[in-house]
Design a protein around this ligand. Structure first.
Ligand SMILES: [Zn+2]
Length: 285
């Protein structure tokens, strides 16, 4: 059989393999657990150079994961065992599996992937890292199923993504980013730390309407009245802010989750359907 040459070719190939295999065994399609799949899939497709080890390592937060060639021609995937989040580990394993399928022959070098590389999905992002993330998102949250699960999302809050986090065994952030990639809503995720924006990622309709935060070389504090600034003691997990808080001229719905990853705050911002709408006008146009 002809081998795919691109990350998306591999993603749909492996995704179909998982779907067919689970159907045959009478098992539910989700969650896709990469530790169960990468070993035997790589052995069946590349019997001379399979992934033969998946192990936790003490990366102490320096790296999320790594793909490393071994002396016998096999490959090993390592993940940072300092994490307790299964979803985060599962996504990391899928990311490294993506490097193995789509990139290992391009580099010849081991891949060591830091959180910074994996999670700052901005424009300066290295191509192979973005492809490995896209592969992981496709494999764990296949577009056909993800579309069905999110078709009623108009102005979602973060708690709406909790069932998806559990269904697909990914982090909340990964589920939200996957929705932002394809939604027609004007929405953005903002990750902040110590009151400052660490990184943000907006949907295409939001970017097209001219809304974005400056890249990280400029230090941007979260707005004083935002839930992100009020902290977990603020009490609320959702609020509709008047113009002047997150946006000068638009109301914004903010929902927050504190400390999924220790010190970080995740805010999901949903803007009105069209720029310049009146307060509370969040309906689809
Ligand atoms: Zn990587």
């Amino acid at each position: 059989m002809k081998m795919p040459t691109t990350w998306d070719g591999w993603a749909s190939r492996v995704s179909r393999y998982v779907k067919d295999g689970k159907e045959l065994l009478g098992l539910p399609r989700f969650p896709v657990r990469v530790d169960e799949i990468a070993l035997h899939y790589s052995r069946s497709v590349f019997p001379d150079t399979p992934i033969s080890h998946i192990e936790g390592r003490d990366f102490n937060g320096k790296f999320e994961g790594a793909l490393v060639p071994r002396e016998d021609g096999d490959w090993a995937i390592f993940y940072d065992r300092g994490h307790t989040s299964r979803g985060r580990i599962n996504f990391t394993l899928a990311h490294e599996f993506g490097h193995y399928l789509a990139h290992r022959h391009l580099s010849g070098e081991p891949f060591f992937c830091s959180r910074k590389q994996m999670w700052e999905w901005d424009s300066g992002y290295a191509k192979m890292e973005a492809e490995a993330n896209n592969f992981a998102a496709f494999l764990l949250m296949p577009p056909d199923d993800f579309r069905n699960q999110t078709q009623d999302f108009r102005k979602p809050v973060l708690s709406d993504f909790e069932p998806l986090r559990d269904r697909y065994e990914v982090s909340l952030t990964a589920a939200v980013l996957n929705w932002l990639k394809s939604t027609r809503s004007r929405a953005m995720v903002v990750v902040s730390r110590d009151g400052f924006i660490d990184w943000s990622w907006g949907s295409q309709p939001l970017l097209s309407s001219g809304v974005f935060f400056k890249p990280r070389k400029v230090t941007t504090p979260v707005p004083e009245e935002s839930l992100a600034a009020l902290g977990p003691g603020g009490g609320a997990s959702e609020a509709t802010h008047r113009p002047g808080v997150w946006s000068d001229d638009e109301p914004v719905i903010e929902s927050v989750v504190f400390s999924e990853y220790h010190e970080m705050v995740i805010s999901l911002l949903v803007y009105p359907a069209a720029r310049g709408s009146r307060v509370g006008d969040f309906d689809e146009t």
